[in-house]
Design a binder for this molecule. Structure first.
Ligand code: AMP
Ligand code: ZN
Length: 473
């Protein structure tokens, strides 16, 4: 059996992964708060853990992995949108409008993540459907002295849990010094965090032993993970930004309520995404959503490929240059694998992914398959990584496989069609036809540079003559 090694945040080591039950490998990943379109950064954990999900399914069997990713649908920003819509005359109660807003955001999320080639998890629980379980968990914590109620709030008593901070390797006092902990009159200690808080009459709220209120964010994941995966499971993932306080709090709540030593055996965190070397933020004007890119015509496979070209534990920089290169590479690979039936998976490819998801290494191997004309292996590797190029293959004659800003879309499309035909002609050893296509393009002012894998790159020269190119029609 393939050995999978994963970097565990908890031990700060790369460890051999051994499932608790190899007939049911269980993974929980913190999902989005569904108040608006997912931004490009949100796509990173989705793609990273999708590759891990595929690898686990490959190794343990498709039916032996349970992957859960939640939707956080209790949030002030969702409420605000609903309230604004109601004030603008939308029909329905505030509760209905809130539900409508999260439904719509979830639909967008699905459409966007599907376009990135991510398989849907086995369960996608919504926080609002697990309130009873959250209330039960909080009640248990209170009964055992890990939580206390004050002024309608229920708080977790951080100092009561000796292991608090072990995930990020910091002491409670260091964390207080470094974090923006809210000092509030209802807290015994500034570190204590909210499990339940009161709700106003017009906002969503649920009845509870502590009055009408709503859950804190952290308890949502603890309750949903417990319901769907049990008290102790294999892998818990999310972005680096969630390590503290969110994941520390999840561990504290779950271990204290369930009486376990560990919530998950392996904790995995992806590093953040940046744009052209800068943090993505609205104030810097470099903030964009996955949908923005898709609408600009960037294929989902290109986004996925760029993301996987950087190891998940390194900051990932999204740049125009990487996008262009990915588009060119995938265009060529779509072409050369068009008629290939995938071969069985290459051992080295799986071994690389098993080394803490070494996706850049796996992609480097795909490049070497392409150079060596091992197109069946290339096809299998692409399929494994979820890079489905079917639409590229079907339309490779229409698809813009290579950019040249001086040449219009229509002209690029003609060139790419001809290059596709030339590739197939060479493969069929019809050199008269392949030479003829090259001569035609040279005549129109397009210079070809042939690659070892049988594809060609092209560039326009100062002799470029659109009329000559159009004459082919
Ligand atoms: P949120 O909806 O903000 O809770 O985020 C959903 C997921 O996206 C979490 O796993 C975050 O850690 C992750 N995330 C948010 N921003 C970024 C970013 N810039 N780069 C990578 N992951 C991110
Ligand atoms: Zn979570």
């Amino acid at each position: 059996m393939t050995t999978i090694k994963l970097h565990n945040t908890k031990t700060r080591k790369r460890e051999v992964f051994t499932p608790i039950d190899d007939k049911n490998v269980r993974m929980y990943v913190c999902g989005p708060t569904v108040y608006d379109r997912a931004h490009l950064g949100n796509a990173r954990p989705v793609i990273v853990f999708d590759v891990l999900n595929r690898l686990l399914r490959h190794v343990y069997g498709d039916g032996h992995v349970t992957y859960v990713r939640n939707f956080t649908d209790v949030d002030d920003r969702i409420n605000e949108t609903a309230l604004k819509r109601q004030q603008a005359g939308a029909v329905g109660s505030l509760e209905e409008l809130i539900r409508e807003r999260s439904d719509e955001t979830i639909d967008w999320y699905h459409a966007d993540m599907d376009a990135l080639g991510a398989l849907r998890p086995n369960h996608e629980p919504r926080a609002t459907e697990y309130i009873d379980q959250m209330v039960a968990m909080i009640a248990q914590l209170e009964a055992d002295g890990f939580a206390y109620e004050k002024e309608g709030h229920v708080l977790f008593r951080v100092r009561k849990y000796a292991d608090y901070g072990t995930l990020s390797g910091r002491s409670v006092d260091d964390m207080i010094a470094g974090a923006r902990v809210e000092v509030a009159p209802y807290k015994e200690d500034p570190m204590d965090f909210v499990l339940w808080k009161p709700s106003t009459d017009e906002l969503p709220g649920w009845d509870s032993p502590w009055g009408r209120g709503r859950p804190g964010w952290h308890i949502e994941c603890s309750a949903m993970a417990y319901e769907l995966l049990g008290a102790h499971f294999d892998i818990h993932g999310g972005g680096n930004d969630l390590m503290f306080p969110h994941h520390e709090n999840e561990i504290a709540q779950s271990c204290c309520a369930n009486g376990t030593e560990a919530m998950a055996n392996v904790w995995m965190h992806n590093e953040m995404l940046q744009v052209e070397g800068k943090k993505m933020s609205k104030s810097l004007g470099n903030f964009f959503t996955v949908r923005d890119l898709l609408e600009q015509g960037v294929p989902g496979e290109v986004i996925r490929f760029v993301m996987l070209s950087t190891h998940y534990r390194k900051p990932m920089d999204w740049t125009e240059k990487k996008r262009e290169e990915a588009e060119k590479t995938l265009g060529k690979w779509a072409l050369v694998t068009a008629e290939e039936i995938p071969s069985p998976m290459d051992d080295e490819f799986i071994r690389l992914l098993g080394e803490d998801l070494n996706t850049p290494g796996a992609i480097a191997l795909l490049h070497s398959f392409a150079r060596q004309k091992e197109f069946k292996k290339l096809r299998a590797g692409l399929d494994f990584l979820g890079l489905d190029l079917a639409s590229w293959r079907a339309f490779f004659d229409e698809k813009d496989l290579q950019y040249d800003k001086y040449i219009s879309m229509d002209h690029r499309s003609i060139i790419n069609t001809l290059l596709g035909e030339r590739f197939l002609a060479k493969k069929n050893r019809d050199f008269v036809k392949s030479d003829h296509i090259r001569d035609f393009l040279t005549e129109a002012g397009i210079k070809l540079n042939d690659n070892p894998d049988g594809t060609s790159d092209w560039e326009s020269t100062s002799d470029f003559d659109p009329a000559k190119l159009e004459a082919i029609k």
